[in-house]
Design a protein. Structure first.
Lengths: 230, 408
């Protein structure tokens, strides 16, 4: 992890065109995320939370402004470079888990490492350790359909952190699980943040998540209404 | 390895669809292997009938005979021609040809009498083996004749019956004679079936008062010899004995049929292609459904950094696995069918004889098997499957991760 912010947004605007109408999802938004932060982006529906995560995750491009990940400007990268950046430096946790249904928990968790070309023995060592860490020891050979929602999200977390990314972007990670499971997942991510220094950036509506965050950024109409550090 | 594993497991997510797709490919492959075998068998049989029985590889005629066939237009010294050809190793036989009115009872019709020496002719033509009933010509039985089966039917005669022939002899006299039917041929060609009477050379000469000469010399090329090389050799060989005679290959004599043989293999491939296009539409539909059902998954794969190349490889592998299954099952299923058509064949005799461009098929239509029987249908299937899955594969590979992840 280098010096300076992991994520840096400067005057970022994102405009979607729907028919003849321009919709401003983000308006001149600027923000930085430092290494090791446990940050929540919250706000009402349509405030721009998911758009912001998509831009930081190099899944979409800003209409104007600049976004940098570990000092590297995303706007200057081509599709291949963006894909490699996502593979190597960004972990994703999705609301709907989005695991590959035909792969086992182990195979899902090792997916990014396999794409990176990491050898099988190293993959095995790393992934078995991670699955134990997220509480899935003994369930490695189960497919997603044989796991509960919480267990699937744990696999997704293991997949997200397997390659030691600069940041894990989690889009409403607790939206599809009950509050008890959400509490367990948040505890797990907090532990990873505290003990391994994994940087987390969440988007959420969930007060449970906001309570545990050490930084809460509230978006309203595509801009930051408040940025509270605890 | 992971792609192969994922592809294999993906196939069985919707097992019924995979089975239907593989089943359709298998059925198409089986049908095309069978069709190719039967077509090869039919063409082989027709070529054999045409060259081994009817035409030979070359024919030598007196200059002008082919334009105006006449009993007087003949090769003056056929024995010298045959001797010259014997020296080159080319097998040959001379035939005499003359038109006559043949009759039995109240029925009569025009026919072409063909005079030959049975022992010499048997080295060149297999016609003596193509008897439907009765026996082939025997020099000891001078009045015995063998005729085409339709001619026999037209005249209402069979083996042992009498046949009257009338014509004009070369000396201007009325040629007429009474013959006895020794044999009736199988269906060979339009001309032979309807209007040909074979008789021994001496009897022909006696009937037409033709002391010397021959109208046609049939030549077979040597083993492994090209038609062009054998033609040049024959032309050179007869330069001294029959300088005016023309040597024509069967391709020159029947260019339409030669073209048909040349294009038949391509025609088989075209039919295979058309059948496979129907299968391709089915594969395309199945693969598109499989891709659309998994758009979100492809989006996730792209989001976590899986390259478009790997996504493409995944879909192509799924198609390849289905094709491999279809080929394995299709070829195993083809074995008993091929065994049946090559050893037993299909009896088409009940259809009353089938002819294409005047050349008859054998009564029992048997298939033939060569590497092309299998390789052709397999390669076309692979090509078509590849073509059909390219679109869905590229669609999956080029998918935008953000749109795909939010796809409902």
């Amino acid at each position: 992890m280098g010096e300076g912010p992991v994520i840096s947004l400067r005057d970022v605007t994102k405009v979607y065109r729907q028919g003849s109408v321009d919709i401003h999802a983000l308006r001149d938004l600027s923000m930085e995320v430092q290494p090791g932060e446990f940050t929540v982006i919250c706000g009402p529906s349509g405030s721009g939370k998911t758009t912001m995560l998509n831009l930081i995750g190099a899944l979409d491009a800003a209409t104007s402004g600049s976004i940098a990940l570990e000092g590297r400007e995303l706007g200057g990268l081509n599709k291949k470079e963006l894909s490699e950046l996502r593979r190597d430096r960004i972990g994703f946790v999705f609301q709907a888990y989005n695991l590959m249904p035909v792969l086992t928990a182990y195979e899902n968790a090792e997916m990014v490492l396999w794409v990176q070309g990491v050898d099988a023995a190293t993959r095995r060592e790393r992934v078995m350790g991670l699955l134990e860490q997220v509480g899935l020891k003994g369930l490695e050979d189960r497919r997603p359909s044989e796991l509960s929602g919480g267990q699937q999200q744990r696999v997704a977390i293991a997949r997200a952190i397997a390659s030691n990314p600069a940041v894990v972007l989690a889009d409403e990670p607790t939206a599809n699980v009950d509050s008890e499971t959400a509490e367990t997942l948040l505890g797990l991510m907090e532990e990873l943040n505290r003990e391994q220094g994994v940087t987390f950036l969440f988007s959420t509506h969930d007060p449970q998540v906001m309570e545990r965050a050490r930084r809460v950024v509230r978006l309203v109409d595509g801009n930051i209404a408040s940025d509270e550090r605890r | 390895m992971k792609i192969l594993r994922m592809a294999w497991r993906n196939l069985w997510r919707n097992g019924r669809r995979t089975l239907v797709t593989v089943g359709a490919m298998t059925l198409a492959l089986w049908a095309m292997v069978l069709y190719t075998s039967l077509m090869q068998g039919m063409l082989g049989s027709m070529e054999s009938t045409l060259l081994d029985v009817e035409l030979g590889d070359f024919q030598i005629h007196a200059d002008g005979y082919r334009e105006r066939p006449s009993i007087w237009e003949r090769i003056e010294d056929p024995d010298a021609v045959l001797e010259a050809l014997d020296k080159t190793g080319l097998r040959s036989t001379a035939r005499l040809l003359g038109g006559a009115l043949v009759a039995s009872g109240e029925a009569s019709t025009g026919a072409l009498l063909k005079g030959l020496r049975p022992d010499r002719d048997a080295q060149v033509s297999d016609v003596y083996q193509r008897l439907d009933r009765g026996e082939w010509l025997d020099p000891a039985d001078a009045s015995g004749v063998v005729l085409g089966y339709r001619l026999a039917r037209t005249l209402g005669i069979d083996v042992g019956d009498e046949l009257i022939a009338l014509s004009q002899a070369t000396d201007g006299s009325m040629a007429n004679d009474l013959f006895r039917v020794r044999g009736v041929l199988q269906s060979l060609s339009e001309e032979t079936d309807r209007a040909t009477v074979f008789l021994v050379e001496d009897q022909f000469r006696s009937f037409f008062a033709l002391e010397d000469g021959a109208h046609q010399v049939i030549v077979r090329s040597g083993e492994g010899q090209t038609l062009d090389a054998a033609g040049e050799m024959a032309q050179e060989a007869i330069a001294a004995s029959a300088p005016e005679a023309e040597v024509k290959s069967w391709r020159d004599l029947l260019p339409g049929l030669a073209n048909m043989f040349d294009s038949a293999q391509a025609a088989v491939q075209v039919v295979a292609f058309v059948v496979y296009v129907v299968i391709a539409i089915m594969i395309l539909n199945a693969m598109l459904m499989a891709v659309f059902e998994r758009i979100r998954e492809f989006g996730v794969l792209k989001a976590i950094g899986v390259s478009p190349r790997r996504v493409l490889a995944l879909i192509l592998t799924e198609g390849a696995l289905q094709a491999a299954l279809a080929i394995a099952i299709g070829l195993v299923a083809s074995l008993p069918t091929l065994w049946f058509v090559t050893t037993r064949g299909i009896d088409v005799g009940q259809l009353g004889g089938t002819a294409i461009m005047g050349v008859s098929m054998d009564r029992i239509w048997t298939g033939a098997v060569s590497p092309a029987t299998i390789a052709g249908p397999v390669f076309i299937l692979l090509f078509i499957v590849g073509l059909a899955i390219l679109f869905p594969a590229f669609k999956a590979a080029r998918i935008s991760p953000i749109e795909a992840i939010h796809h409902q």
